[in-house]
Design a protein around this ligand. Structure first.
Ligand code: TXA
Ligand code: MG
Length: 315
């Protein structure tokens, strides 16, 4: 098992040696390595069992660092970074050659993000390289929002997990790129469309039912527990599956089931997002065959929850 602790010096030393560690961010925990060190980057793909065609996001301490790794940054990207960094927003920008093919899976853009977590920000500021960090879960599984989640799945493959407590946002960053100058949201995430649109106006966005080659990681079946997930109206699902062994994921209502989690009894979408992945993990470990789940209101960060639920329920 990996050691879980708050020692930034230890984290820095391991990263300088080309090792990988778990890092907290406001969205989910990352599996981090030196983005400029090819052997560290290769280790990330190996440890995560991630296909080489799925590019990594690079984490930087602030916007000033963006120009080291990206060029021809559109004005709207600058405006978004100024407004929402540090925060749950990843910008796809034309990469500079210092960012290698392995990191971007050969794409000419690089995903940059400045995470909003005090420990990780301090760590990033202490390093003279940026951190490549996908979510710290095996490829295709539920993202980790607590250090223990990382340890459960990757603890035998890494030495250290920086303990930043449970993630505040709980769902991955929103990914925005620019096609012929037009902004496009490739992954709905922790930063809502409404907030983005309040700054740069209407933007097009990815829908779960289409798969877009520009964002190769947006595979349809993703973020999935091991158990089968069925989505729909919970009352009907409960009737239909009355003889099955199931667990229930509800948004707000208490359905008085033996195996259930309620995302937010108060009906708050931020609270629901914060709990979502960790409840999915808990339900996945329960002695049941099925997970029955309902969608949340499709607004704000609710869109990102629904997107993950849809992907989790696709076989
Ligand atoms: O919140 C987050 O973004 C977390 C934390 C750790 O920062 N990271 C994260 O990384 O979710 P990951 O690797 O699990 O998901 C990143 C997604 C992948 O689907 C990948 O395909 C896409 O971003 N991506 C990365 N770089 C890209 C690029 N240049 N063009 C298109 N998609 C890209
Ligand atoms: Mg991921």
């Amino acid at each position: 098992m990996a050691e879980i602790g708050k020692d930034i010096n230890k984290a820095r030393q391991l990263l300088e040696q080309g090792e990988l560690i778990g890092i907290p961010t406001e969205t989910v925990y990352g599996l981090a390595g030196n983005a400029l060190n090819l052997s560290a980057v290769a280790k990330i793909f190996h440890v995560k069992e991630r296909p080489a065609f799925d590019p990594l996001i690079i984490h930087i301490p602030d916007f000033d660092h963006a120009e080291k790794y990206a060029q021809e940054i559109p004005d709207q990207a600058i405006v978004l970074a100024q407004r929402f960094w540090p925060g749950p927003l990843t910008l796809l920008l034309k990469r500079k050659p210092i960012i290698e093919d392995l990191v971007t899976s050969g794409l000419d853009t690089v995903g940059l993000r400045c995470p909003d977590h005090p420990l990780t920000n301090k760590l990033l500021k202490s390093l003279d390289f940026p951190l490549a960090a996908p979510s710290a879960n095996p490829f295709g599984y539920i993202s980790p929002t607590k250090p223990e989640h990382v340890n459960d799945q990757l603890g035998n493959k890494i030495q250290y997990i920086l303990d930043g407590g449970p993630c505040d946002v709980g769902i991955e960053s929103t990914i925005i790129g620019f096609e012929s100058g037009e902004p496009f949201v490739y992954r709905v995430g922790g930063l809502s469309l409404e907030k983005i649109e309040s700054v740069i106006g209407k933007v097009q966005h990815q829908t779960t039912s289409s798969s877009n080659p520009k964002a190769p990681g947006q595979l349809l079946s993703h973020y999935a527990p091991l158990k089968k997930v069925i989505t729909g109206n919970l009352n009907s699902l409960l009737q239909k599956h009355s003889t099955d062994s199931f667990a229930v994921l509800a948004f707000q209502q208490n359905l008085r089931q033996k195996y259930q989690r309620i995302l937010s009894p108060a009906g708050n979408l931020e609270e629901a997002a914060k709990h979502f992945f960790s409840y999915m993990r808990e339900l996945d470990k329960m002695p049941v065959d099925l997970i029955l789940a309902e969608f949340v209101p499709d607004t704000g960060v609710g869109r990102a929850i629904n997107d993950r639920l849809k992907r989790a329920s696709i076989e």
